[in-house]
Design a protein around this ligand. Structure first.
Ligand code: BGC
Length: 763
């Protein structure tokens, strides 16, 4: 049973906000934070939010110095109508966890069935006891639907009960002027245009202040009482709608309010009101049990497809399941959206999409959920024209520079040294196209959009780089490590650019071989001369190497700087970005996150294992892991180096990050990239899976704390299962044709109904 249960959850303000994130409900289209329906008392500052993936407004981002090309307008994911509100009154006394006596309380997330539950046994100040249980679900079956089942049981009293279901259009986003990771100011983005009632459904239509988008929220309430008849009454204001139910209850009676919310936006629908109405009709036509059954079936398939399981280590297992569950909650399910850094769980990073998608999350979908993976690639393709414009703004005559952070395609990064300068995002997107291709051999997607992405990003490198002493150099960029900015020849970026250039050529060749290159050539105007230029630059790519240390320096100047003693950093100084001026950080050898070590994972064949070993040891000493994108990568590379204990430690840090709030900012939302990283640390780390041009490679190791682990993955037409215990690694073909694979460097063939058994190397 995959459940996360929090008994006696604390009621202080920080814990409440944390709980809102941890128990949020999302399905990739919409997300609702786990706020209490009845709210908190005055003085508590909740982040009460409902979000739609890809739904945004523009907000101005004035720059103090008006330098050419600096970005002055960003997009921000909007908090849309609040339909969470349900107030309960028990014989005139208002239900609140902050008054009367809370006799029992717990919160639960059921990851098999896809709902959250809040269970309370409450005694009112005058001594009347009710049991309240609230089940909430963001439907995977009907993506626009959010359902609340609010159950009240009169334990020891008879009297009048009132339920007021609210629907509020006047909402704003959360802000905190002191934290650079959330919006700094409050601004009204959403304006209510109409509040209506139609056939028992309240509908609020709102438009955004600048982006010209519309959102409709529709709410329908269905009350089921025991013996007593309910009277219902509606009321409206210019921005809100309420429905009040009043009914008698006797001790032992129960009543349930089913509250349906349907959201509909103008990015996806032409006539939003008509569409919302029709979607609500669809939701109401199904019985609730049917909706719950669909939810469970969807998740059954999800868990079955990836089949990640760890034996031993119960606590860690809970955290692993939690993280995997967020992968299905967060991923956009259509090409209109992507995956925000915080999924749909909060407003941190304003709902922006980063390289997190390609390097930390796509590895999961490529292996387990190809439809999602394709949509994510298509979403990037849909902003290719913006990426070209962005390249021009940055001064490049050709190519596409994908925005560092964005929703609809335009750059949103206000601080370019650790934003737009992270050119590697274009290489990351290209890398992901090739990773998808290598795992699927899907020429269709390559033809549809993948090859064009590869060509336009390759063009960018050619335009950016220059030859110096016969080597192709890429100057003035920022690599993944945001504590080292605007450097020459960042190893990660150069290695990725080399890969990008080579694959642009290969993609054209692949399509040519299949006689499917014509459209691509016509669209991009790619010529044999330009392809030869790609190859020439790739061959001459400068990859920094330090002879004395036998490592790859992070960039040309990294090793010249003073070393920051990371081991001596005090708790109260973490993360460094909140305590030191960027300029100060830039002067030191100190890394926020894996940079060269990440290159050693994704492009491991670019260096021999001993160089990787020395690099790992070197960077480990100067990395703070202030970014949540770091420990998972260190875990993967430690596994590759056979340092299993170390890999396990890093893995634990990654797995527990949000449930244990170790970065102290989970209140602003989950860290989705890290969650993908937890998955990668099992499959690519302990399992040692790589999918290369030569095919599948595996190098399984097992931490001593585990009795075993398993996972499944898709490769070409096949589905494979890997089960590792302390002695043996068993590989089976669950479907598809036989596959050759390399295990610990030796070739095997896995065939239908013939399990491979290979002795596990302990290292
Ligand atoms: C990291 C970036 C990441 C961003 C969003 C930052 O703290 O340094 O690498 O893309 O968070 O997750």
């Amino acid at each position: 049973m995959r459940q996360y249960i929090l008994k006696d959850f604390p009621l202080d303000n920080d814990s409440l906000k944390l709980g809102e994130t941890i128990f949020h409900n999302a399905n990739g289209y919409l997300g609702v934070r786990g706020n209490f329906e009845e709210g908190y008392p005055e003085g508590y500052d909740s982040i009460r939010g409902t979000y739609i993936n890809g739904f945004y407004d523009y907000a101005s981002m004035p720059q103090a110095e008006k330098l050419y090309g600096l970005i002055e307008e960003k997009q921000t994911m909007l908090n849309v109508a609040d339909t969470q509100g349900i107030a309960l009154s028990v014989d005139g006394e208002t239900f609140s966890l902050f008054e009367g006596t809370v006799l029992e309380r717990e919160r639960l997330l059921d990851m098999d069935k896809g709902f959250t539950l809040r269970r309370i046994l409450w005694r009112s100040p005058s001594g009347k006891t009710v049991r309240v249980s609230v089940k909430r679900m963001a439907s995977f079956y009907l993506l626009p639907l959010f359902l609340v089942e609010y159950r009240v049981e009169a334990v020891d009293f008879s009297g009048e009960v009132k339920l007021i279901s609210g629907h509020k259009g006047d909402v704003r986003n959360y802000f905190d002027p002191k934290d650079p990771r959330v919006a700094g100011e409050s601004f009204q983005h959403l304006f209510v245009q109409s509040v209506k009632e139609q056939d028992g459904i309240s509908m609020i239509t709102s438009t955004t202040s600048k982006s010209g988008l519309t959102v409709v929220s529709a709410v329908a309430n269905r009350l089921v009482t025991g013996k007593g008849q309910a009277a219902s009454e509606r009321s409206f204001s210019e921005t809100e709608a309420w429905e009040t139910f009043t009914f008698p209850m006797e001790a032992g009676d129960s009543a349930v309010l089913y509250k349906y919310t349907v959201l509909c936006d103008s990015i996806r629908a032409k006539d939003t009101e008509a569409e919302a109405e029709s979607l609500m009709g669809q939701a109401l036509s199904m019985n609730v049990e049917e909706l719950y059954r669909h939810q469970e079936e969807y998740l059954q398939k999800f868990w079955q497809d990836c089949a990640v399981e760890v034996q031993g280590d119960a606590d860690l297992n809970e955290a692993i399941c939690y993280n995997l569950y967020q992968l299905v909650q967060s991923a956009g399910k259509d090409a209109h959206c992507n995956i925000a850094a915080k999924g749909l769980s909060g407003e941190g990073y304003e709902g922006h999409y980063f390289w997190d998608t390609e390097m930390y999350l796509q590895p999961f979908y490529i292996l387990n959920a190809r439809e999602i993976s394709r949509n994510l690639i298509r979403n990037r393709y849909s902003i290719l024209e913006h990426a070209k414009e962005n390249a021009r703004l940055l001064g490049h005559k050709k190519g596409a520079a994908f925005p560092w952070r964005t929703i609809m395609g335009k750059e949103c990064s206000g601080y370019f040294p650790s934003g737009s300068a992270q050119y590697h995002i274009s290489g990351d997107i290209a890398y992901c196209v090739t990773a998808y291709y290598l795992a699927t051999k899907d020429l269709d997607l390559l033809e549809e959009c993948g090859a064009e992405i590869l060509i336009e990003t390759a063009r960018l490198w050619i335009d950016m780089g220059n030859y110096y002493k016969g080597k192709f150099q890429i100057n003035a960029v920022t690599g993944p490590d945001e504590y080292t900015c605007l450097v020459n020849n960042n190893y990660y970026t150069n290695a990725l650019a080399q890969h990008n250039l080579r694959w642009a050529v290969k993609a054209v060749e692949l399509l040519k071989e299949a006689g499917r290159e014509k459209e691509l050539c016509a669209k991009t105007g790619i010529t044999p001369e330009e392809l030869a230029e790609f190859n020439r630059a790739a061959d001459a790519m400068y990859l920094p190497y330090d002879e004395e240390l036998g490592i790859n320096p992070q960039d040309d100047s990294f090793l010249q700087k003073a070393v920051w003693d990371v081991a001596a950093i005090k708790e109260e100084e973490k993360p460094l970005l909140l305590h030191y001026h960027p300029m100060y950080l830039y002067r030191y050898q100190v890394c926020k996150q894996a940079d060269t070590v990440l290159a050693h994972f994704i492009l491991e064949d670019a260096q021999d294992l001993e160089t990787i070993r020395r690099s790992f040891a070197y960077y480990e000493k100067v990395t703070t892991h202030d970014s949540s994108l770091s420990t998972c990568i260190y875990s993967i590379v430690a596994s590759r180096l056979g340092e299993v204990e170390k890999a396990y430690e890093y893995f634990g840090e990654s797995a527990k990050l949000d449930l244990f709030n170790t970065h102290k900012n989970t209140k602003d939302g989950i860290h989705t990239a890290n969650m993908g990283g937890t998955y990668m640390a099992i499959v690519y780390g302990f399992g040692g899976l790589r999918i290369k041009e030569r095919g599948i490679c595996l190098n399984p190791v097992i931490p001593k704390q585990w009795q075993g682990y398993k996972f499944r993955f898709l490769y070409e037409d096949a589905s494979l299962e890997v089960i590792v215990d302390r002695e043996v690694c068993r590989i089976s073909l669950l479907k598809g044709s036989s596959k050759e694979l390399l295990v610990y460097g030796e070739t095997y063939t896995v065939e239908p109904e013939k399990q491979l058994e290979i002795e596990v190397k302990w290292n």
